[in-house]
Design a protein around this ligand. Structure first.
Ligand code: PLP
Length: 407
């Protein structure tokens, strides 16, 4: 008798993660054939010669022997206290160690918070483009994604009226990604205040993904959401992966802020879900307090002459010199999200372009539609390579677009 395929959950039908999707698999095949692929698809600093700050790594190494047991489901107290102190210093209302949960990266906590929150068919307002885990976790937890547009024509910023117009009786939460992945937009304070007022009017939980909060260019001013939200319930997400370049440590955290009375039930749900998975990796949690309280190791990278700053400059120049491209200059985070001007093409398709770029020029980028936008003329690349390599990448992109434009 023929063996039946193992059936999978129908919930997976709408779930995509193009950052590590079919193109990435194709890149691996090409590498196995001996090709050298320039991988610009993942914001993983360790792959590009960046290292974890010495004081963070040393703290982890020195505590290995004390990391053999499970810790509390919310995480090590020393780490939670450092996180809560930082949130309090930034002006978050009611942040304290009991309201901090540490996870195996922000990724785990995005899933956990949405699992704690959502009933079947309840809606979450997500930016379009988004970081696609937000969409995936919404759907996998039974919810529905409703997208508020953040188009290039508006500097990739949301319009609070448009956000409000998407709210239905089933809407539960408003997600912000600031600084934004994939666009690099950094939200101005007035805009954040307007979004807080929307959440307040409709009793939405604010979910603010601030994992790139210290990666800022050209004096961009980052405003955390929690202090503006006051006693409204707000979840702030951050971690070691980006600012502290420790993706492999798998440490992220959330801090709940707002009136305790409004948070009690949600907090208990998070506690239960955290307990079910026992705890996050223990050794690397020892790096949290030194990372938060130690010297700033990011500013040198994002200031003129620094690697990220110069890489960003190379991207902006590459776009400026291109016949086909435009970009909203990223103000923060580790990516640029250029668009291809449609006038040069009868029908441009981001996926066809990205595949062509990989096959012909050995460059791996992520098509814009992988970030849940309708337009098919964007792509994302990371700012992590050496600036010289970025200049070379833009030569390759231009050659590929030239060929596609010639049909
Ligand atoms: N949120 C955003 C916006 C991200 O870009 C990422 C990773 O790229 C994450 C969350 C997940 O980060 P981690 O699980 O490494 O903490």
């Amino acid at each position: 008798m023929a063996q039946r395929n193992v059936p999978v959950s129908s919930r997976l039908g709408d779930v995509r993660y193009e950052i590590r999707g079919a193109l990435s698999r194709r890149a691996r095949e090409l590498e196995a054939e001996g090709r050298e692929i320039i991988r610009l698809n993942i914001g993983n600093p360790g792959l590009f010669g960046f290292s974890v700050p010495v004081h963070v790594r040393a703290a982890v190494e020195s505590r290995l022997a004390q990391s053999e047991a499970y810790c509390h489901q919310q995480g090590l107290m020393a780490a939670r206290e450092a996180i809560a102190a930082r949130e309090t210093a930034r002006g978050a209302f009611g942040a304290h160690a009991e309201n901090v949960f540490i996870g195996n990266g922000v990724s785990e906590l995005i899933d956990l918070t949405l699992r704690a929150l959502l009933n079947s068919s309840e809606e979450v307002l997500l930016p379009s483009p988004d970081y696609p885990l937000w969409s995936a976790a919404t759907v996998l937890n039974g919810g529905r994604a409703r997208y508020y547009p953040c188009p290039a024509s508006r500097g990739h910023l949301p319009d609070p009226d448009e956000v409000e117009s998407l709210i239905t009786p089933r809407t539960r939460a408003l997600v912000l990604i600031n600084p934004n992945n994939p666009t690099g937009a950094v939200y101005p304070t007035d805009l954040l205040k307007a979004l807080v007022r929307v959440a307040e009017r409709h009793r939405l939980l604010l979910l603010s993904d601030e994992i790139y909060d210290g990666i800022l260019y050209d004096q961009a001013a980052f405003q955390p959401l929690a202090p503006l939200a006051g006693d409204l319930p707000c979840v702030t997400y951050s971690g070691l992966s980006k600012m502290h370049r420790a993706c492999g440590y798998r440490v992220g955290w959330i801090s709940l802020s707002g009136a305790d009375s409004k948070l009690a039930e949600f907090r208990s749900a998070l506690d239960l879900l955290s307990a079910l998975r026992l705890c996050a990796n223990v050794p690397t949690q020892w790096g949290v307090a030194p990372a938060i309280n130690g010297p700033d190791t990011t500013a040198a990278l994002t200031s003129p002459g620094g690697r990220l700053y110069e890489a960003r400059r190379a991207v902006i120049e590459g776009v400026r010199n291109s016949e086909f491209l435009s970009v909203v200059e990223p103000q923060g985070a580790l990516y640029a999200f250029p668009s291809v001007r449609n006038e040069h093409f009868s029908q441009f398709d981001d996926e066809t372009f990205a595949l062509d770029l990989l096959e012909t020029e050995n460059v791996l980028v992520v098509p814009g539609t992988g970030f849940n936008i309708r337009e098919r003329n964007h792509f994302r690349l990371t700012l992590l390579p050496e600036p010289d390599q970025i200049a070379d990448v833009f030569d390759r992109i231009e050659r590929c677009l030239d060929r596609l434009a010639a049909g």
